[in-house]
Design a binder for this molecule. Structure first.
Ligand code: HEM
Length: 225
């Protein structure tokens, strides 16, 4: 069990963690617990979960390169795909439940609201990434696969922009700004100069901590005599 947990624990956690919000949404919907405006509540919830999962998938590479957390790489794809699943649900709630498939009204709303344009652009960029996320496509596309998957660096900031544009006052609700700062930070960690600076800082912290541990051990040995 311990061996299994070490090998698959994080993957299991990601699958369970990503499906729980969906289960809660279905249960709340079935039991009429989705506030007085259930469609808006579903839109907000699916949008928020999508953003969290997409940002988590963006965090996986820096977690590996900077802190040697290799497990993060094994869950990166699942996090991205679950994020995409929630984006699709988000879009379906908007088009099917909210606008009951009225294409003319949907197009009119898209053209009127910049935040929808940003959301749609993020969605369109994520589609080829989700489609080519399998190992087969990775093999077939070779180097081009990596280049294609860099689209995520554009898609996630667009999703944050979508959130920022729909918030009435960023002073009253600064949440999108915090997401923006987090995403910018995660993207900056991919720049070699920034990565090297953070790696130097990490090594200095590790060195100081180990020196402190040795000094502490020596002190305890000296005092226990
Ligand atoms: C990557 C794609 C997307 C992500 C990550 C995303 C995320 C979000 C987030 C975080 C919110 C705000 C939740 C809150 O206020 O707590 C939101 C709201 C919303 N999104 Fe998206 N979204 C995406 C794409 C789209 C698309 C394609 C559409 C429609 C075509 C859309 C329509 C909406 C609407 C209508 C709202 C609610 C506005 C309101 O009632 O205040 N989103 N989305």
């Amino acid at each position: 069990m311990r061996v299994w947990l070490r090998a698959h624990g994080l993957q299991a956690l990601v699958h369970i963690g990503a499906l729980i919000p969906l289960g809660v949404m279905i249960a709340d919907y079935a039991q009429d617990r989705l506030t007085v405006n259930p469609i808006q509540e579903l839109t907000l919830r699916t949008g928020k979960v999508a953003l969290v999962l997409l940002v988590l998938s963006l965090a996986c590479t820096p977690l590996n390169t900077l802190f040697g957390f290799r497990g993060a790489l094994r869950v990166r794809r699942a996090l991205g795909l679950y994020g995409f699943l929630y984006v699709v649900l988000h879009l379906l709630v908007f088009t099917v439940l909210d606008y009951v498939g009225d294409l003319a009204l949907i197009v009119q709303t898209v053209l009127e609201k910049y935040y929808i344009v940003a959301g749609l652009a993020a969605f369109v960029l994520l589609v080829p990434l989700a489609v080519t996320s399998t190992r087969g496509w990775q093999r077939r596309l070779g180097q081009r696969w990596r280049a294609l998957h860099r689209l995520v660096y554009l898609a996630v900031p667009l999703a944050v922009l979508h959130f920022a544009l729909l918030v009435k006052s960023l002073v009253g609700r600064p949440e999108p700004l915090l997401w923006g700062a987090l995403v910018l930070g995660l993207l900056a960690l991919r720049i070699p100069a920034v990565r090297r600076a953070v790696a130097r800082w990490r090594d200095r912290v590790r060195h100081t901590t180990s020196e402190w541990r040795v000094a502490n051990r020596k002190w305890r040995m000296a005092n226990s005599k």
